[in-house]
Design a protein around this ligand. Structure first.
Ligand code: ZN
Length: 246
């Protein structure tokens, strides 16, 4: 067994016998891992808040001797988690992010890229928990996750003839992008105007301050439709439970 240091977000915690817990952590350096925490109630080398769902803490851990369970040496809380009572909508938005992380990242597969995006987005969500505009960070997460996983939505040009997207365009999740009006030839498309595409582009690069929120609101349904259909098509995620919150 050797010692490692990392930080991460608690996704689940379950009681194990009387004085132990097992937590599932999305860690910066080791991906999703399980950690055994023993001796609760004795000489604790942690603050109890590290069990709170979605809290962020730093950890010193023993690597697994056999099997896949890390053992807890010490930890300290960085940011408290968010509870359902603080803001139901934001709580479900945070849950949505981690549901997808658990779905796309097998255990013990590190992904610094995904961790960085999640870490950025959660920082914003925790700081703007009571502002419904925080939905923009969720959409930023979806677009960048798709990009990292190789399903980037091209917001610049027609995916067939490569001409720049200027006016109406037609989104197809199975083709992973927009067709111009000359190239679309099917019925299975989401018809969009240019302001939808420019808004998507701004969200993708994180230029959220430049977004006119009223334009966003009037086009939100179509933007959501594009993002959700892409998530479902490429990642096969079941997000029924979250749909009304995103
Ligand atoms: Zn075209």
């Amino acid at each position: 067994m050797s010692l490692i240091k990392t930080e991460g977000y608690v996704l689940k915690n379950i009681e194990f016998r009387e004085t132990s817990r097992i937590i599932t952590l999305f860690s910066r350096d080791y991906g999703v891992v399980s950690i055994m925490i023993k001796g609760i109630g004795k000489n604790n080398t942690f603050s109890p808040e590290i069990f709170d769902t979605y809290s962020k803490s730093s950890f010193v851990l023993y690597t697994p001797h056999s099997g896949e369970m890390y053992k807890h040496k010490e930890s300290s809380l960085i940011i408290p988690g968010i509870s359902l009572s603080k803001n139901i909508v934001t709580f479900f938005r945070v849950s949505f992010i981690f549901e997808i992380v658990l779905k796309v990242l097998p255990k013990h597969v590190p992904s610094n890229d995904i961790y960085r995006i999640v870490d950025n987005v959660l920082f914003k969500l925790f700081n703007h928990a009571n502002n419904d505009k925080n939905i923009l960070y969720i959409y930023y997460f979806i677009l960048n996750l798709l990009n990292i996983l190789g399903y980037d939505i091209n917001t610049k040009q027609c995916i067939k003839c490569k001409t720049p997207l200027k006016s109406n365009a037609f989104f197809s999740s199975k083709d992973g992008g927009f067709f111009c009006s000359n190239c679309f030839n099917d019925n299975d498309f989401i018809n969009t105007e240019n302001n939808v595409i420019t808004t998507l582009d701004k969200i993708k690069i994180g230029n959220l301050k430049s977004i006119n929120y009223n334009t966003f609101k009037s086009e939100r349904k179509r933007i959501k439709n594009i993002l959700i259909s892409s998530l479902i098509y490429h990642l096969g995620v079941d997000i029924e439970k979250y749909i009304e919150y995103i």
